[in-house]
Design a protein around this ligand. Sequence first.
Ligand SMILES: Nc1ncnc2c1ncn2[C@@H]1O[C@H](COP(=O)(O)OP(=O)(O)O)[C@@H](O)[C@H]1O
Ligand SMILES: [Mg+2]
Length: 154
Amino acid sequence: MAKFITTNSKQTQKLAEMLAKEIKSAPLQKRAFVVGLEGDLGSGKTTFTQGFARGLKIKEKILSPTFVILKKFKIHKHKLNVKNGHKYFYHFDCYRLESSKDLTTMGFKEIIKNTENIVLIEWADKIKRALPKDYLKIKFRWLNKNKREIKFEA
Ligand SMILES: Nc1ncnc2c1ncn2[C@@H]1O[C@H](COP(=O)(O)OP(=O)(O)O)[C@@H](O)[C@H]1O
Ligand SMILES: [Mg+2]
């Protein structure tokens, strides 16, 4: 377990960027690499996701999806000679999810089965039962206006 305190959003993004680079350069696992973010509104989950996407070389803007629950992005390789690697990044925001039944319609099971995917889920605690056992859990806590506690739990 590792605990970090960040004192501005850039730091939170930097931390996420480094994590994404680690995940991207690690060998593929049996299933998708799943990261679950927990924490109240405004605790920094989307800010973290923006840095994470930057670490994956994703050019599109990461927004706090108000009505969209899932967005899919293509991961661009920085080395063209690399054959095996993650291909897609999925950003889920389960804040407005009514029930985990909706996940079935979105093909969640297939998405987290595919070794080529990196899947990050905001409000992961809302869909605990649908998550794989070995996901990386990250807890966010609002400390004050610019200070956040970010805790990694295996
Ligand atoms: N250290 C920090 N880490 C992350 N966000 C911060 C930090 N300090 C201030 N903020 C601000 O807090 C807000 C966090 O919002 P957001 O990332 O959308 O949270 P969430 O997705 O958890 O609801 C943003 O407006 C961001 O600029
Ligand atoms: Mg958010």
